[in-house]
Design a protein around this ligand. Structure first.
Ligand SMILES: Nc1ncnc2c1ncn2[C@@H]1O[C@H](COP(=O)(O)OP(=O)(O)OP(=O)(O)O)[C@@H](O)[C@H]1O
Ligand SMILES: [Mg+2]
Length: 157
């Protein structure tokens, strides 16, 4: 199952993230892909804010640390960026096997570099850059829980 949203402004992306915030549950995982500047981090930031992560806690690409954890919202968020991942063996050193924990939501930027850590059932979110502020969010389920997530999301923003 798959469908897509088109956001024409960043404000629309904020709305989309808020819709996700309503339906995500502990144990869910989103695999975020898309070019540099597509909006993976922007989406995660709006999602974190919608879940109650306070403004004084920065939500930025964990490009160098590879992982950030936000505890202060409705859900514990594990935010990972695999852009600089040198090899899969590095994942083990980072403790990646704990990322897909039943009590957290896992959000992975550049997920295509380490899909194995996302497990068999994650929602793939591919962001394509259009004209100006336009972004296409292509969503694809890979198992029963991500199918359910797609059904729970609104058909339109
Ligand atoms: N509709 C939109 N949705 C999201 N971001 C948008 C939109 N329109 C414009 N932008 C801008 O696009 C940029 C997205 O940057 P962001 O850091 O989120 O990208 P990224 O996919 O995480 O890139 P990277 O791979 O470098 O981490 C921001 O500057 C944001 O303001
Ligand atoms: Mg980013």
């Amino acid at each position: 199952m798959e469908f897509s949203y088109k956001t024409t402004t960043e404000r629309d992306t904020e709305r989309l993230a808020a819709a996700f915030a309503q339906v995500l549950q502990p144990g869910d995982a989103l695999a975020l892909t898309g070019d540099l500047g597509a909006g993976k981090t922007a989406f995660v930031r709006y999602l974190a804010r919608a879940l109650g992560v306070p403004e004084n806690q920065a939500v930025t690409s964990p490009t160098f640390t590879l992982q950030n954890i936000y505890h202060h919202g409705r859900l514990k968020l594990v935010h990972v960026d695999l852009y600089r991942l040198a090899g899969l063996e590095e994942l083990e050193a980072l403790g990646a096997e704990d990322w897909r924990a039943p009590d957290c939501v896992l959000l992975v930027e550049w997920a295509e570099k380490g899909l194995e850590i996302l497990g068999p059932d994650c929602l793939r979110v591919e962001i394509e850059i259009g004209r100006d502020e336009e972004r296409i969010f292509q969503l694809r389920a890979t198992g029963p829980r991500s199918e359910e997530l797609l059904r729970l999301l609104p058909q339109q923003l």
